[in-house]
Design a protein. Structure first.
Length: 164
């Protein structure tokens, strides 16, 4: 954009070109001087502090804990600024908030169980199609033991199956 403005500034002037392009004339003049803005300089300094703090905390901190750690270290910085810098520089904590832990990586060379229903889970009548999903729900198992329901299976809502 700066090159375009430089090429046409003699004919139209800088301000009308910037207004037409919806760009800031002051930003054009700032770039023309070759000086970096205060924000860029501050961001680079803060990014250096973020990287140092991130490494010191075993790369486990997300933006919220990073923001708190930087405040404790004496940096007066906004949470969203830390979030923006971490995101643009691909720095993230050990676990993203709200996302489940990824504990396994699938083996691409492993043989998969055959799909006997071709991903069609609809049935036209009762007892036509039986499927199972094997999961371990430790919390529900513990809840059943606490209530003395050890021998009874527990459904997802915690109720007894087969009980009247």
């Amino acid at each position: 954009m700066s090159r375009y403005i430089d090429e046409h500034r003699g004919r139209f002037g800088v301000e009308p070109i910037c207004q037409t392009l919806d760009a800031s004339a002051s930003a054009y003049y700032q770039r023309a001087t070759g000086q970096r803005s205060e924000r860029v300089i501050g961001d680079q300094q803060l990014l250096s502090a973020i990287k140092t703090t991130h490494e010191a905390n075993y790369c486990a901190y997300g933006y919220r804990k990073m923001w708190l750690a930087l405040k404790r270290a004496g940096h007066d910085v906004g949470r969203d600024q830390v979030k923006r810098l971490m995101r643009t520089n691909a720095i993230q904590g050990a676990k993203r908030r709200g996302k489940p832990w990824r504990t396994t990586t699938p083996d691409a060379s492993a043989t998969r169980a055959p799909d006997l229903v071709n991903r069609d889970f609809s049935a036209t009548r009762p007892d036509e199609l039986w499927l199972a999903d094997f999961e371990r729900h430790e919390a529900l198992h513990e809840r059943a033991e606490m209530k003395g329901l050890r021998g009874l299976p527990v459904a997802a809502g915690g109720s007894k199956l087969g009980a009247v």
